[in-house]
Design a protein around this ligand. Structure first.
Ligand code: FE
Length: 342
């Protein structure tokens, strides 16, 4: 026979359950992400499943999200900001919308040069910006450094996207850090003279232009080539197979690298959950996922890159502390402007 609860007890039980569920679901974290939904959501769902913390995701253009954080001020619901370039994390830091955090897990997982020295932001994945060349027209022996791309032999042979692209701004900032402003301006001016066409399109378009014979070399983030090689679209795959990666500056500072990264906002009302989320994104599982899904390099030492990335071989990466790229961003933009890099 089924036990019958007196009404009062039944309502009481329901009330308790309700309260219990609301305590359980109280933990939440709000994320503003400049990373596209497909490249972050699966990880956030896994974090939710692991911790019971609800993650609310807003994706958008990095500058729009930053403006939103600034205008919302201390009332912003955001706890975490995620961007795909250190330049934007630095801008957010300067706009005072981030706070410093201390996490041994993050400090132990992420090499020093890929996080802010004060703890304002942390790299979560690593991307290189190597040279790609047409396999039928260029030999690797002809290539050496970014600096050499300014040599007259490359006249009208180089494709690269525009100067308003932050990846290029960060690359130029790294040259300022390693050379100086004057030498970087001379280099940028020479590089512009070697452009095969006015800058247009994204990194994938530069790869396609090399494959189509519009130019012989391009400078692109590694994962764009990786994604094209793994693409189900046969024309993309074919174009990608017509180029090869060259790791520049291997006899000196190494190839230019950048990060996607995250930070806890100054307005965060869920700081512990925000830190826990960043720690999860730096975990082996999440690092492996980035490597496999977006063909980026894991930032955590010891985590293996994907097969495609392994096929490109080992390389020396620039060890410049990435906050310098943020610091030098304004100078980089000015130099590109002076060099008439459109
Ligand atoms: Fe990108």
């Amino acid at each position: 026979m089924r036990a019958e609860y007196p009404n009062r007890l039944r309502y009481g039980l329901a009330f308790c359950l309700c309260l219990f569920t609301s305590i359980l679901s109280a933990a939440e974290v709000n994320v503003y992400s400049a990373r596209k939904e497909g490249l972050i959501k699966p990880l956030l769902l896994q974090f939710e499943a692991n911790t019971g913390t609800k993650v609310n995701l807003i994706t958008g253009n990095a500058d729009t999200l930053l403006q939103r954080l600034i205008s919302e001020g201390k009332n912003s619901p955001a706890d975490v900001l995620i961007t795909t370039d250190v330049g934007r994390l630095y801008r957010a830091q300067k706009a005072k919308v981030l706070q410093t955090i201390h996490s041994e897990t993050l400090e132990n997982s992420i090499p020093e040069q890929y996080r802010d020295p004060q703890g304002y932001w942390f790299g979560l994945s690593l991307r290189t910006r190597p040279i790609v060349y047409a396999v039928d027209r260029v030999t690797p022996e002809q290539l050496s450094t970014y600096e050499a791309l300014g040599n007259p032999e490359w006249k009208q042979k180089i494709c690269i996207r525009s100067s308003d692209n932050i990846y290029n701004q960060s690359l130029v900032a790294s040259l300022i850090a390693h050379l100086d402003e004057e030498k970087t301006l001379a280099w940028a001016s020479a590089l512009v003279k070697n452009f095969a066409r006015p800058p247009q399109g994204g990194d994938r378009d530069q790869i396609k232009a090399v494959a189509a014979g519009q130019c012989d070399i391009a400078v692109v983030n590694n994962y764009y080539l990786g994604i094209m090689l793994a693409s189900k679209d046969k024309t993309e795959q074919k174009a990608a197979n017509q180029v090869r990666i060259f790791w520049p500056n291997q006899n000196d500072r190494g190839v230019h690298v950048n990060i996607s990264g995250g930070a806890v906002t100054a307005s965060s009302k869920n700081k512990d959950s925000a830190i826990a989320l960043l720690e999860f994104l730096a975990s082996d599982t999440a690092q492996q996922w980035y490597a496999e899904t977006n063909l980026e390099y894991p930032i955590k030492p010891g985590v293996q890159p994907s097969e495609i990335l392994k096929s490109w071989g080992e390389f020396k990466a620039d060890t410049l502390s990435l906050y310098r790229l943020g610091e030098l961003n304004a100078q980089a933009v000015m130099i590109m402007d002076h060099a008439k890099w459109k």
